[in-house]
Design a protein around this ligand. Structure first.
Ligand SMILES: [Zn+2]
Ligand SMILES: [Zn+2]
Length: 669
């Protein structure tokens, strides 16, 4: 960009900027700004990087670390408004907290690869009309809605827990806050743990506002992604409904965030950038100085704790909307039931199923386990069929007549002879998966029309919608499924829910096992009896005295939370302490073990932190890689991200190893 008359020595005056690239490297590079270009912080620019030209964002003034004479010039700015300051601040914050290169967060902001608009693209998105929302609310709902609307009007940071049982009309209440946000001409984001199963909610919201929300999730087509991203950035899309990744989009003017089902584990992203969508929503609301609504029928202990500490407000909806009553919950003590090894539906549940069918009502059987049987073993030698590349049993699926590994996706034909002792026809299926429950229903209730609902039997959102329609039309008597069907469906004729194995989630070393089991079973129970008919729920358990089962049976959520809270405090677990985990993995077992020990030996010596491990992870081998874990337990006031960063930075480890840092882990596998 030099002109014939330019003076030769212009280096001193050369302006430089630091450009962040959407790549998992460093925290940006300095580039020279050609004098004829007008560049602002946040500008989208194209820069030479290696042999390529890549897109980046002007992040800051040049750092000056590299002399200008050695720098390249940026090429040209793109015809896009600069990235908003709050979005940039959010990228930096999340990067620092999760110990992730900021470029990886920027990539999420850009929705993956930035796709420029094409000439024929039109961003005429239908606008939500707040005037269409009718206010047919109970007194309790009205009070809650007014409080939320006041926060939106205030336009300041505030977090409110909207706490109400299934069917209490939380959606109708937060819809009023969304309407207030639209009246102020600002954008609103509604986050859901999963998008695939939300057709019913989408329909309701579209009816409320006369326009469908703009979606953001992994299932969008290339074109939808491009249009939606630009409409959100330009402020032309006002109502955005998305999965956790939608939090990172560059909103032109975000005025409200709602996190529905805030307790859901699906908000935690476990791969790539490891973050918790709900927690990052709190950060985003704080940086943007906007209100945040956390909605749940079974709030997480973390959120409950923040309410107790006075950090979050608390709005409670006590009653179910309209005539609906809470279901009756019965515990079936499996130890006292005489059942054959091939039978999984107890007599009391079976009798209730017959009664419901005779009364032309619908039932749901819940078992959080896909496939036919979780374990196949050889009765001749005791060999258990295991995945060749994971520490996991192979799971028989009748639908495909194959054995599947649910960890890595490996599948194989069911062998005719045992690979260890060569005995033929000696394989036995141990325990039930939902396919096996369907088989039992077909054998014992041959006239009942049953259907299976699980993530692997539903190919698409369309498949889910069809199944929901069949339930609505009463073309199905008994729906058998995994936790996918615990999500917000409302079937008026569904009066009976049977939980095949209520104890399933309690095993293992997860400190949140009891809380999660309670939340899941409470949610499943909430499917029952949402119209005039009272619902009944049968929980089959071998631990009827367990606090989770007792709390469910007696409807004592708050008492359970208090007990659980005391346990967490006694054992220095979240929300009273902080956790982080390091997973070291690699193809060479010895290398992994040596590195894990080296990391442990370098651990900071402080009373405020305790290191557990290294120890083999519960899935000690996954996809052929050995995995070791370290868990760090720290006092609440320890800056765990900074401590772990300072701990790992000086260590040199083989490049063939991967060290995955998880701040606030939710998975302990
Ligand atoms: Zn054998
Ligand atoms: Zn596997």
């Amino acid at each position: 960009m030099t002109t014939p008359h330019a003076k030769p020595n212009t280096n001193k005056a050369q302006k430089t900027v630091r450009v962040l690239l959407p790549l998992p490297v460093g925290s940006g590079y300095d580039y020279i700004v050609p004098p004829d270009l007008s560049i602002k912080i946040g500008s989208f620019v194209s820069v030479p990087f290696g042999k390529k030209e890549v897109l980046g964002i002007v992040w800051a003034e040049g750092s000056g670390e590299v002399p200008a004479s050695k720098l390249k010039a940026l090429n040209r700015p793109l015809d896009l408004e600069p990235l908003p300051e709050v979005t940039r601040a959010f990228v930096d914050w999340v990067a620092g907290y999760t110990l992730t290169p900021p470029g990886s967060i920027l990539k999420m902001v850009l929705g993956g690869q930035l796709r420029p608009l094409k000439d024929k693209d039109k961003l005429d998105f239908p606008q939500p009309d707040p005037a269409l929302l009718t206010g047919n609310l109970t007194e309790e709902q009205t009070r809650a809605a007014e409080a939320l609307c006041a926060d939106v009007q205030e336009a300041a940071y505030a977090v409110t827990l909207l706490d109400g049982v299934t069917g209490s009309g939380k959606t109708e209440v937060y819809a009023q806050a969304l309407a207030q946000c639209f009246r102020q001409g600002r954008q609103a984001l509604l986050l859901l743990p999963e998008i695939a199963m939300t057709a019913a909610l989408l329909g309701r919201l579209e009816k409320h506002f006369g326009a469908p929300p703009t979606l953001w999730h992994s299932g969008l087509t290339e074109k939808q992604r491009r249009l939606n991203w630009h409409a959100i950035k330009q402020g032309k899309a006002k109502f955005i409904l998305g999965a956790r990744s939608a939090l990172f989009l560059p909103y032109a003017d975000l005025g409200l965030i709602v996190v529905d089902e805030e307790h859901e584990g699906a908000y935690k992203q476990e791969e790539g950038v490891i973050y918790h969508g709900r927690d990052m929503a709190v950060v985003r609301a704080h940086l943007g100085k906007i209100p945040l609504i956390l909605a749940s029928a079974t709030p997480s202990l973390e959120t409950h704790h923040n309410v107790k500490q006075g950090k979050y407000k608390h709005l409670i909806l006590h009653s179910r909307f309209g005539a609906a009553k809470m279901p009756q919950i019965e515990l079936v003590d499996l130890r006292a039931e005489k059942m054959s090894a091939q039978t999984f539906i107890s007599q009391p549940l079976f009798d209730a199923l017959e009664k419901a069918l005779a009364a032309k009502q619908q039932a749901m059987l819940f078992l959080n386990r896909r496939g036919y049987a979780p374990l196949t073993l050889c009765r001749a030698c005791g060999n258990r069929l295991q995945c060749p590349s994971c520490t996991a049993w192979l799971i028989e699926h009748k639908k495909t007549s194959r054995l599947h590994c649910h960890q890595c996706g490996y599948s194989t034909k069911i062998p005719s002879a045992c690979p260890v002792c060569n005995a033929e026809d000696k394989f036995a299926a141990c325990g039930p998966g939902i396919e096996r429950i369907a088989e039992e229903v077909a054998a014992r209730l041959p006239t009942a029309r049953a259907a299976i609902m699980a993530s692997d039997t539903l190919d698409s959102a369309k498949g889910a919608a069809e199944l929901v329609e069949q339930m609505d039309n009463h073309a199905i008597d008994i729906l058998i499924g995994t936790q996918i069907m615990a999500k917000g469906y409302h079937f008026p004729r569904l009066t009976l829910v049977g939980v095949i194995d209520a104890d399933l989630g309690l095993a293992g070393g997860d400190p949140r096992a009891a809380e999660r089991t309670f939340q899941l079973l409470q949610q499943v129970a909430g499917r029952s009896g949402r119209a005039e008919d009272e619902g009944t729920v049968f929980l089959q358990t071998t631990q009827p005295d367990h606090p989770v089962m007792q709390a469910l049976a007696k409807g004592q959520r708050d008492a359970f939370m208090q007990t659980e809270m005391r346990e967490r405090q006694a054992f220095h677990l979240p929300p009273f302490a902080r956790l982080a985990s390091l997973t070291i993995s690699g193809a060479d077992r010895t290398q992994v073990v040596v590195a894990a020990q080296k990391i442990a030996a370098a651990a900071p010596q402080t009373e405020r932190m305790r290191i557990l491990g290294p120890a083999p992870a519960p899935y000690a081998i996954l996809r052929g890689k050995t995995r070791y874990r370290l868990t760090i337990q720290a006092a609440r006031n320890v800056n765990l991200s900074a401590a772990v960063a300072a701990w790992l930075a000086p260590l040199s480890l083989p490049r063939t190893l991967k060290v995955q840092v998880d701040i606030d882990p939710y998975s302990f596998l």
